[in-house]
Design a protein around this ligand. Sequence first.
Ligand SMILES: [Fe+2]
Length: 291
Amino acid sequence: MLKTDQDIAPVPPEGASADWTVPQAWDSYTAADHATWDKLFARQSTMLPGRVAPAFLEGMKLAGLDRPGIPDFAELSERLMKATGWRVLAVPGLVPEEVFFEHLANRRFVAGRFIRKPEQLDYLQEPDIFHDVFGHVPLLAHPAFADYMQAYGQGGLRAIEHGAIERLARLYWHTVEFGLIRDGAGMKLYGAGIVSSYGESIFALDDPSPNRIGFDLKRVMRTRYRIDDYQQNYFVIDSFDDLLRQTIETDFAPLYAEIAEQPDHEPGEIADGDKVITLGTQDYAREKAGR
Ligand SMILES: [Fe+2]
């Protein structure tokens, strides 16, 4: 997961390579670790059909995620390589932005190797292997989404030069992590932060609280997000092809300059020009805020 956290040490921790990767050490997972994966997997894979983008379910199968136990990254990579040329590599935790972008730009997805404890099934501060692999890997098997992730990494490296990482990180957040898609079959989930969370998989699609707004690149990069709770605004793309096209065809430098002059949008705000698909009540956020 990408986090704009400047507190991460600039050098890799001991035992990690210069690119911050570490061996997954698959053999070191315990039976309890595998059981945690299986439990999370069973819950999500039972609930998601009909709610998640069909491409995600196809990607799960293609990546071989439907077999029990924590996946072996070497095997995942072999399957992904054949489909879209992506690989999955282990890292010890969050990595600096430049390292993260560099990996994406070269079709390498870096994933945490640890798995949450059984008492943390529903809430976790740092992304673990279930979030990173179950949440992110299936769509890396989809050609347009795979290209989008690489384009994002390349854009990230350029954003560093423009001092615009925070803006670009919002694009990742509102698409890769918490995006919705509206295709012929209606509204569906695809963001990894949603599909790896039981609660948010229901909330994002069914709850009357959040706004669901048509995706707009500039709008999204001006929108702050919540890291501590369910999102108040979800942005809805028309297709992965369209998301890729917009990302590749847009010249981001002038866009960064333009939005630098404009105020941010708050998490639950409706802005002028929004294509509102569902106007939310924001009851959930209001109750949580104790108002
Ligand atoms: Fe993530």
